[in-house]
Design a protein around this ligand. Sequence first.
Ligand SMILES: [Cu+2]
Length: 333
Amino acid sequence: MVKSLVLAGLLAFAPASALNSQALAQDNSAVAAAADNAAAPAESAGNAAAPAAETAKVAAPARMKPTEGIGMPRPGEITLQEQFSPTGHTARWLHDVLLLPLITIISVFVLLLMLYVMVRFRRSANPVPSKTSHNALIEVLWTVVPVIILLVIAVPSIGLLADQYKPAPKDAVTVKVTGYQWYWGYEYPDNGIPEFVSNMLPKEKAEANGEPYLLASDTRLVLPAGRPIKLIITGADVIHAFAVPSLWVKMDAVPGRLNEKTFTIEKPGVYYGQCSELCGARHAFMPIAIEALPPAQFDQWVLSQGGKLQGAAPAASAAAAPAAPAAAPAEKL
Ligand SMILES: [Cu+2]
């Protein structure tokens, strides 16, 4: 099992370009240095709040409690989840204000037309059918009106599409998300935090925590609220999909490919999602839990993990074996 995981990890990294593996090597050396020398993050952190010697032992912020109905589906809910990212608001507006009313109006209109035709032109009421085959006015109308409707939809729709694939700004918090059969791995290359894995909480544990079963996970993907976030998403074995409905995030995790997703979380909170690509026997049991912290608390969390804050001096220079990333998930099993 462990061996196959290591192999899978190696395979996943094999197709990366030369540039990529160099970048990985740099990250690894940074991680290794941070792990070997506990004082290193303290020196590079520049955290004025804590004395330098203490910084390495910063306590992680307390585990955030989810808010009922926020960042998770509600019982009986039939519409989209409440949105907590700017793109999510636009998308929900497009769906709720534009598309749904349009669809309803068109469906009702067509239904009424059909009912009218069925009653008015039934054989008993209309024994001799008209032989009309052309009507210029009506033909122009049923061409022009749909064109106008499509144009009205196209403008905000194309804007939203572009918005969803907008590249991340340079200062975005970057996390590499890896889908495994059947759990998620999270790594913070710019902060020097090595990959940790996130598994589903068993039922009793989730209930004891006051978290929704099948959505709660043991470790969470910790992110800052209000800062741009860039997820680099890949799969280690088969295709998974990283999806968090309340943040309007859904991106395939494909082995040998790095997909990118940029978004900003507007409010601190816990946001749940699930793997959204049929990936095998335990596909339904690899939930995603995002803990969005206020920026200061996020920095505290980074330090508590032995990481360095973004913009701080790098912990070490390049030169390390590129094979190491596969070891992280394997050890954890
Ligand atoms: Cu999956």
